[in-house]
Design a protein. Structure first.
Lengths: 468, 492
């Protein structure tokens, strides 16, 4: 009510029995009615505990503001061995932790290809035994090393990575270089053409980009992401405008580099011909922002969503580094060529970091050109972007969505809102073949397994109770 | 050959009021002997089993459609009626034709549309979560929901106090803010009295009496029935007093409550003494004045003459075949409390589902020998179903049972009017009274609590009940005193 109880309310939000809302509306007061439904099974008590946590509101506001304060600058490109101290036999992968025996086809394929690329085996097929034995090899999530990787997300020491830095804090995140579409390592392919491309990226593209980015000076990835949303990209399945803007910013330095004009032209053709090239900048930019929101006690904000092809995992600001995992789902979408649903592997990749940050599937309304590619319609896309606002804490005014009247991207998925509404985060994704070596088979829409949100909520509630 | 059809619809949801209407519509379909469409809450499952339905396992988030048909051929028509009724219920709850889906949480609604008050009436287990959305948005909240654990009430009220906000409730039936009635509230004329009420129907009684005396009301702020308990300590009462004290149009404040914790009442009275606005306390309790007497005292404070409180109908006479027991059937908890306090002083122990002392508790049959009074609005009887001011079924069933009981000397009932209550309560109650009196000529005294401008029409309701043979009073205390006198008359 207004400060004076003798003055009628200007507007009332009504939730529950509709007759009370109607009674207020009948008295000529504006009423916004909530379409309330019971929360996910078994969550009511934990929801009440967490809602009453005196830390929660300010913790979430802090987490979101920290995230929004991050400026993600592309400051360099260098090998993983140098950046992360990754040694021969050490491999990073997408998603929550996983062992070889539970790894999916595309994850195994990518690891086998990477083992051959690093010279651990001659033939990728020989790597199966190596990984099965576990001797001299180790697997670790990208997320545990401030990195992200699309699809299988496999990173080995010789691969070159983008370096994103927040100038205010000096914090950094990393991501490998994008190989293009079709038969590529990240989709689990490991044929000779895959390894050949990786070697060219190691020997030519990586060093060339490293030189060019250093010479061009930091590139503002956060600003490019904002521009992309005005240009029909959602920065997960469509990165065309972003790729061209990155090229525009570093083109003079590429031309002036020490490399031959033939190699520079090859690099231009490769990057310009790969509409997803910028994805591997967008992802670490999102992670850099989200990492700033980590470890705020009482915050219910999701700071990572990631899949390894077997499990889908989330991490939450108020629960530290703990993963909450459930079975990765199959995407619903369109298939390339003769591939069909039976050929697809469950959801895989760290690229859901874009949705975690409020773009990708959350910003589908910004990218009408690709809604049919993932099997949707424009009205679906608008509805999805609006629906995601029901489960987020704030919005990102640097990333406005034109068709939603420039409303900022929905920011900060709230575990409690997901449990209350049953609305699951919407992810746009590529689909990998389930058999190692196949590569991409399609693209579509997918959600996390619902069970991981009540699990995260239960831990938030446990911590709330422990604080008393 | 009757046919039973039970189906579970996982994830389907509608509120209990909407489903009540759905069940009624379906039951009225030709070929349908009985129909119950309900969420599979523990209580509803019990009700369904009680109706003889066999249920497969279901979660509380599932909807159950249970039909008893004259024969199996009626099934398609019955299911079509279920779908039509559910569709009609949904239509009522959304504005329709919008491109944008409605908000799913109170927080989302406040972000979209702004507003300075939230009204929460979801099931009690979810009330705190929705209320916290309002407090997070810096907005006062009225929590109509009951069955909210007391520790959750304390948690939300502490947070509200820290943020300078007011939580009206939980289990707050009534509020009037700037002339706008919230929950079960009467239509009032603007005026100089401010009310703080830890009792919905108690507040409504005061509103009705003030209206009859020609006195207007600036605001009535509900605080929830437990606010003056030791556990809560009057947190919302203090905030409400501050708000009313700061409002220049409020000249007198009255605090209405069910029996409070003595030390909390003392602390709040001390707090109120320091305010600029005079505050009168109308706190029910053994040996304390009833609400009508308190309102008369308030009228004295205001310098307004106490009117003759209205009575309708011919004076009731004792039942010819005797009976010694007083039976009260109430929808208002405070009205029930007030009646029990008055009757206990004259007649001794009154058994009740909200007894004045624990040894007088009724079992779930709600029947016992001797004097008894039932509050059909109590939490225990509203879990999983609508409040009796919306759904009179349970009370009407009980009326028939009590009237037929030869031990019953007098029946006393309340009817509460205003926004939120049934559109025409007398339409069902008057025939039920007439029917009960046709079986056994037992006197029925009714307290009809409403204002002259209430949507149901106070006079029309009172006259309809009087025409059915009831003696009708505006004052609950007066109605109860008459009932006591009739019991004593029967005993003679």
């Amino acid at each position: 009510m207004t400060a004076l109880p003798s003055v009628a309310p200007t507007a009332v939000a009504a939730v529950g029995a509709d007759m009370f809302a109607t009674a207020v509306a009948d008295q000529a007061v504006a009423v916004e009615r909530v379409d309330w439904k019971p929360p996910m099974d078994g969550t009511a008590d934990d929801l009440a505990t967490v809602a009453a946590d005196p830390l929660r509101r300010d913790a979430n506001a802090l987490a979101v503001s920290r995230m929004l304060d991050v400026q993600a600058m592309l400051v360099g490109v260098a090998p993983a061995s140098e950046l992360l101290g990754l040694e021969k036999g050490q491999f990073l992968h997408a998603g929550p932790p996983i062992e070889w025996d539970r790894a999916s086809g595309p994850m195994r394929g990518a690891l086998m290809g990477a083992a051959a690329f690093e010279g651990l085996v001659e033939d990728p097929e020989d790597a199966e035994a190596l990984f099965a034995s576990g001797a001299e090899v180790s697997l670790e999530p990208c997320h545990h090393r401030s990195a992200v990787g699309p699809m299988a997300g496999v990173v080995s020491p010789s691969m070159w990575m983008f370096v994103l830095e927040d100038p205010a804090t000096g914090r950094r995140t990393y991501c490998s270089l994008n190989e293009g579409l079709g038969k590529v390592l990240r989709y689990g392919a490991y044929g000779p053409e895959v390894l050949e491309r990786l070697r060219w990226m190691r020997d030519v593209l990586g060093p060339l980009l490293g030189e060019a980015v250093s010479a061009a000076g930091p590139v503002d990835a956060t600003a490019i992401l904002g521009q992309m949303l005005q240009m029909g990209d959602e920065a997960h399945n469509r990165n065309r405008a972003g790729t061209l803007m990155l090229l525009r910013d570093i083109a003079p330095s590429l031309v002036r580099s020490s490399r031959s004009s033939e190699e520079v032209a090859e690099a231009f053709a490769f990057m310009g011909g790969n509409d997803h090239f910028f994805l591997n900048v967008a992802m670490p930019a999102c992670k850099l922002a989200l990492d700033a929101a980590r470890d705020v006690p009482g915050s219910t904000m999701v700071v990572a969503m990631a899949r390894n092809g077997t499990d889908f995992g989330i991490q939450v600001s108020g629960t530290g580094d703990q993963w909450f995992t459930g079975p990765a789902q199959l995407a619903d979408g369109l298939f390339l060529g003769d591939y069909g649903p039976d050929d697809a592997n469950p959801d895989i990749g760290d690229s859901a970091i874009t949705e975690t940050a409020g773009i990708g599937g959350f910003a589908m309304a910004a990218a009408p050109a690709i809604v049919r590619f993932v099997g949707g319609t424009v009205p679906d896309a608008l509805a999805t972007s609006r629906r995601m606002r029901e489960i987020t804490i704030g919005e990102n005014n640097r990333w406005p969505i034109p068709v939603l009247d420039f409303a900022g991207a929905a920011t900060g998925i709230d575990v409690t809102s997901v449990c209350r509404t049953g609305i699951l985060p919407q992810i746009n994704t590529g689909m990998a073949g389930k058999v190692a070596g196949v590569g991409q088979v399609g693209a579509g829409l997918v959600t996390p397994p619902a069970s991981i949100f009540p699990a995260a909520l239960a831990e938030l509630a446990r911590r709330t109770r422990e604080r008393g | 050959m009757t046919h039973q059809h039970v189906e579970i619809r996982p994830g389907a949801y509608a509120d209990s009021v909407a489903l009540l209407q759905v069940s009624r519509d379906v039951a009225a379909t030709p070929g349908v002997a009985a129909a119950q469409v309900a969420m599979a809450t523990e209580l509803n499952v019990e009700v369904l089993q009680g109706m003889g339905f066999t249920l497969p396992p279901a979660s509380t988030n599932d909807m159950v459609v249970a039909l008893r048909l004259d024969d199996e051929s009626a099934l398609p028509a019955a299911l079509a009626a279920v779908d039509a009724a559910l569709a009609a219920a949904r239509k009522g709850s959304s504005s329709g034709g919008e491109v944008t889906a409605p908000p799913r949480t109170t927080g989302s609604a406040l972000r979209r549309a702004g507003g300075d008050l939230a009204l929460v009436s979801v099931p009690g287990a979810s009330a705190l979560v929705e209320a916290m959305d309002a407090l997070d948005a810096g907005v006062d909240v009225m929590v109509f929901s009951d069955n909210v654990p007391v520790e959750q009430e304390l948690a939300m009220k502490r947070i509200a106090r820290d943020r300078g906000l007011l939580v009206m409730g939980p289990d707050c039936g009534t509020a009037v803010v700037g002339g706008v009635g919230l929950g079960f509230a009467n239509t009032v004329t603007p005026g100089r009295v401010g009310i703080v009420a830890a009792s919905g129907t108690g507040c409504q009684q005061v509103l009705a009496l003030l209206d009859a005396a020609g006195v207007g009301v600036a605001a009535a702020l509900g605080v929830g029935g437990r606010d003056l308990s030791a556990a809560i300590g009057g947190i919302s009462t203090q905030t409400a007093l501050d708000r009313l004290d700061a409002d220049p149009s409020v000249e007198h404040v009255v605090v209405v409550s069910k029996p409070p914790a003595a030390e909390v009442a003392a602390a709040v009275e001390k707090y109120a003494a320091d305010l600029g606005t005079p505050v009168r306390f109308a706190l029910l309790g053994a040996g304390q004045p009833d609400l009508t007497t308190q309102t008369e005292a308030l009228l004295g404070d205001l310098g307004v003459a106490v009117p003759e409180w209205p009575v309708w109908g011919t004076p009731a006479v004792p039942a010819p075949d005797g009976g010694g027991a007083l039976r009260g059937l109430f929808v208002g908890g405070t009205l029930c409390d007030e009646a029990m306090l008055l009757a206990a002083a004259e007649l001794g122990g009154i058994r009740s589902n909200i007894p004045l002392s624990p040894e007088l508790a009724l079992d779930s049959s709600l029947l016992s020998p001797g004097h008894l009074m039932i509050d059909f609005g109590d939490d225990g009887l509203t879990r999983g179903r609508a409040h009796p001011m919306i759904d009179p079924t349970l009370r009407l069933e009980h009326l028939a049972k009590v009237a037929a009981d030869p031990e019953t000397a007098v029946i006393v009932m309340d009817v509460v009017l205003g926004h939120g209550a049934q559109a025409d309560p007398a339409a069902e109650l008057a025939p039920a009274i007439a029917e009960a009196r046709a079986v056994r000529d037992v006197p029925v005294v009714v307290a009809c609590v409403g204002t002259s401008t209430d949507p149901q029409g106070l006079t029309r309701q009172a006259e309809a009940l009087a025409a059915a043979g009831a003696e009708v009073h505006l004052s609950n205390a007066a109605a109860t005193r008459r009932a006591i006198a009739l019991v004593n008359g029967a005993a003679r």
